[in-house]
Design a protein around this ligand. Sequence first.
Ligand SMILES: Nc1ncnc2c1ncn2[C@@H]1O[C@H](COP(=O)(O)OP(=O)(O)OP(=O)(O)O)[C@@H](O)[C@H]1O
Ligand SMILES: [Mg+2]
Length: 224
Amino acid sequence: MTKIYGEAETKVTALDNVSFSIKKGEFVLIVGSSGSGKSTLLNMIGLLDKPTQGKVLVDGFDTSNLTDNEISAFRNEKLGFVFQFSNLLADLTVLENVLLPSQIQLDSPTDDKAKEVLEKVGLSDQLFKRANKISGGQAQRAAIARGLVNNPTVVLADEPTGNLDSVTAKNIVELMKRMARDLGQTFIVVTHDRSQFGEVDRIITIKDGRAFEGEYQTEMEVVV
Ligand SMILES: Nc1ncnc2c1ncn2[C@@H]1O[C@H](COP(=O)(O)OP(=O)(O)OP(=O)(O)O)[C@@H](O)[C@H]1O
Ligand SMILES: [Mg+2]
């Protein structure tokens, strides 16, 4: 994929011929300095924006010919999202928040399914609390539950620990890694702070819009 923003003197090549595939169940970290193109990459994979060139295949399915409506439906069914801020609706309960985004699906998850996922993230005792009455770490747990509730093909997380203190961040990292292991859930996680994540299946470094396999690589090494 290539992604170019703007044109002429404002032109920015945010992604430059990036190509790789991720296996089912892999926990993949995307690292790179600020402005390198990490969020751009995640937004393309998440079908939140379209590449200038190239395409995204999910479960072998070419998403490039979908209409906007089809993209929304596909995203709801196949993808889970976790962002830096949990974006919970303050007046709704934890349980309602987890169910909300998937409510528009034909085959939307049930209350029981949401409760099951909330139990996995350690929030069984917070189901009926309003989102504005829980801590930042609990809110991010709820956001992860929301990202998992539709059994997505892949969970995409952009700086999921970026707004948390280091202890809470470590817990959230452990939670995501445990979900990956226990559920065989594929994760693609963008982070500034590689050290928070310890051992992961795979690291892709983005540097000036280009992707490299592994961390701290130079351009002498493998381009993916
Ligand atoms: N909507 C946009 N319009 C124009 N340029 C953009 C847009 N979004 C990102 N860019 C540019 O594309 C490049 C990559 O940005 P991106 O947000 O993907 O970086 P990042 O690696 O996520 O950075 P950070 O770590 O700060 O979040 C930057 O030069 C940025 O200024
Ligand atoms: Mg970013």
